[in-house]
Design a protein around this ligand. Structure first.
Ligand code: ATP
Ligand code: MG
Length: 663
């Protein structure tokens, strides 16, 4: 196997036992994982006995692609000669933690008192449940908003705390209220047979803890476990890894403590540093050469990260000498910043034979991309917003998915979403009455919609509306056995006349057309999914959509392959690389983020690591910028340059920095 240096080779050649690769950005950690999987296969380990885990779908897809290059086959990517369903049987599993947990729970969650067909709540579903709970416990909006409740709950869950423990830990009034809400929230979820994203990890952990037979069964599925970005594992993930690898002990983890950026999600960099304690016979390999970025960029990265006082000093030397000095720009306002970045990209596109996919614009917060989208559209440059307001957050998509959910397992959130969409005369009051009865008397809402269970007193108009909805869904359900999933979806969209909803909301023909095409894309995704499976089910399709899985998200993936400029947060860019990178909005309050400023000790270092992640994504050219003013609630305010700009240029030998000294 060529293309590995001595240290990398050593890691790849260590085929059994615990192995830790602790190394800086771009030193080939992910490369070690993929080469090692290839080597295991070459040495006769059955492909299906290998499990690789990463954090984001994008990283998982990249790993699949790199692997395909090494071992052939398809690993979930398309191959025109074989049906995908045949291929996936004997391939290594490359998965995110969350998808892995969904698969485990779909097999055995019954042991915890949840139905196998549990629903996975997305953000919107969680918000409506949170709102309902706050209403029930009569907490006014002033005291605690649904978003805040969810924020607290997620924080606790990421630290593996249950409601009782949360209650004991809470100090402020708001925390106390949130802990009360937490208990109800969890009860309600279970009652509805639903879980949220954090539960996926927690319940898997619990399942393993309380049911050793299940743990054994799941651990037996694989003989080798490899984990990328190990520095970002939270406590549940850490325990799940331990539970799965405990017997075979063939556990390879790779990570970089300087890139730990999820402490706010409960990740503990300690896990990576304590690896050698948990596995005393672990082999530790360090990699020092960065193959990704030029020396000029590495010098900046090293200068910046040294400002973090508590870290394990690591050597990071550039394998690519020289290179262009990073550029720092200061612009008048956020519009100009966006226009200039886009102008620079379009110039360079023509100059250096660069393609759109060679560029990334990285930002810190989700408010930032809008002016960039506008400028990119005006310049008619192809771009893709990765992980932002995703396709699946759009109203039309959510509506249609809720309808599809009804074909399978009608849960309250889905019913509430579409009960009067398109309008069928079912007003707020009637909906509340239905909900009330569901909550109080535990009558399933769908039974009331269909009239199988007694409905609360309703007017003739409402009765007609409910009958219409039930008839549309039940007609399709009754013939489901004879039709493909796609046909069922088409029939349902037709029967409920979803088109009328679009026509009602949008008056411009262009808007109507583009919204309707969004609905079409959902159907396309369903078709893609159905063709690629031996036993396709609606539940599985909806799960994959929710988790942003590759096949389901194929439209997004296709777009990315279509060669587009990537617009994404620094969190989402972890593990990726681009020839040219623009980091924008380097201002106090943005990067470092406002929230982190309240916690200088832990908050700012984490933001610094995030900035380090951003800087080390660049292969050849790095441009950083800030804007002198930025609008807040429509009003321009003066900004303060990010401390990281000063730190990055600590060496003060960069003529490009001169521009940034106005303040
Ligand atoms: P990050 O910390 O950002 O996740 P990483 O340590 O996972 O980075 P990789 O993404 O595996 O690093 O590698 C960075 C780049 O360097 C990739 O383009 C990879 O192909 C290349 N690379 C790694 N090792 C070598 C090598 N020995 N020879 C040539 N190229 C290499
Ligand atoms: Mg990597």
């Amino acid at each position: 196997m060529s293309g590995l240096n001595a240290a990398q080779q050593e890691a790849v050649d260590t085929l059994s036992g615990p192995l830790l690769v602790l190394a800086g950005a771009g030193t080939g950690k992910t490369r070690v994982i993929t080469f090692r999987i290839a080597k295991l296969i070459k040495h006769g380990v059955p492909r299906h006995k290998i499990l690789g885990v990463t954090f984001t779908n994008k990283a998982a897809n990249e790993m699949k692609e790199r692997l395909t290059g090494l071992i052939g086959g398809s690993i979930g990517t398309k191959n025109k000669y074989k049906k995908k369903a045949e291929q996936s049987e004997n391939e290594p599993t490359i998965s995110t933690f969350h998808s892995l947990c969904v698969r485990i729970l779909r097999r055995r969650i019954e042991k915890l008192g949840y139905p196998l067909k549990f629903a996975i709540y997305n953000r919107g579903d969680q918000e409506s449940l949170a709102r309902q709970i706050l209403r029930e416990i009569r907490v006014p909006d002033k005291a605690l908003k649904p978003n805040q409740l969810l924020f607290h709950i997620s924080n606790w869950k990421c630290k593996s705390l249950n409601a009782k423990q949360a209650m004991m830990q809470s100090e402020s009034d708001a925390q106390h209220l949130a802990a009360v809400g937490f208990e109800r929230y969890q009860k309600q979820l279970k009652l509805r047979g639903a879980v949220d994203f954090d539960d996926l990890l927690l319940l898997t952990e619990q399942l393993f803890r309380e049911h050793p037979d299940v743990r054994q069964e799941e651990a037996d599925r694989f003989d080798h476990l490899l984990v990328d970005e190990y520095q970002d594992t939270n406590t549940s993930q850490y325990r799940i890894v331990k539970a799965l690898a405990g017997e075979h002990r063939n556990l390879c983890v790779v990570g970089d403590d300087d890139q730990s950026i999820y402490a706010w999600r409960g990740a503990e960099v300690e896990h990576i540093l304590a690896f050698a304690k948990d596995w005393p016979d672990a082999k530790v390999v360090r990699l020092e050469e960065n193959y990704r970025s030029t020396e000029a960029i590495i010098k900046y990265a090293n200068t910046l990260i040294r400002f973090n006082s508590t870290r394990h000093d690591k050597v990071l030397v550039a394998a690519r000498p020289g290179g262009e000095l990073p550029i720092i720009n200061q612009w008048e306002d956020e519009t100009q910043e966006a226009e200039e970045v886009v102008r620079s990209i379009s110039n360079r596109l023509n100059l250096h034979g660069r393609e759109p996919r060679d560029f990334a614009i990285l930002f810190r917060t989700n408010e930032q991309p809008r002016p960039f989208e506008t400028a990119l559209r005006e310049a008619k440059l192809p771009y893709i917003l990765v992980g932002g307001m995703s396709f699946f957050d759009r109203k039309e998509v959510k509506d249609v998915l809720a309808y599809l959910r009804l074909l399978d397992e009608p849960d309250e959130v889905s019913i509430l979403r579409i009960i009067n969409t398109p309008p069928r005369g079912i007003g707020k009051k009637s909906i509340e009455n239905l909900l009330d009865r569901t909550v109080r008397e535990k009558v399933p809402m769908w039974d009331m919609v269909c009239g199988y269970a007694e409905r609360p007193k309703v007017t003739a108009r409402v009765k007609q509306g409910l009958d219409q909805l039930a008839a549309a869904v039940n007609e399709v359900r009754s013939v489901a056995g004879n039709h493909s999933l796609v046909d069922q979806a088409r029939m349902l969209i037709d029967k409920i006349d979803y088109k009328s909803e679009i026509d009602r909301i949008y008056s411009e023909p262009d808007d109507r057309e583009s919204r309707w095409s969004v609905v079409e894309q959902v159907v396309n995704a369903l078709a893609d999914y159905e063709q690629s499976r031996k036993k396709p089910t609606m539940t599985n399709f909806l799960d994959r959509l929710l988790l942003g899985d590759q096949d389901a998200n194929s439209d997004k993936e296709k777009q990315l392959k279509k060669n587009a400029i990537a617009l994404m947060t620094m969190h989402a860019a972890k593990g990726l690389e681009f020839p040219e990178v623009y980091i924008v909005g380097l201002e106090e309050g943005i990067l470092p983020h406002q929230r982190s400023l309240e916690d200088d000790e832990a908050g700012v270092p984490e933001e610094r690591r995030l900035c380090y992640v951003g800087v080390t994504r660049a292969e050849e050219r790095l441009t950083m910028s800030m804007s002198l003013t930025r609008k807040k609630w429509g009003k321009a305010r003066e900004t303060i340059p990010s401390r990281f700009l000063y730190e990055l240029t600590d060496q003060a030998d960069n003529p490009n920095y001169a521009k940034c000294s106005k303040r």
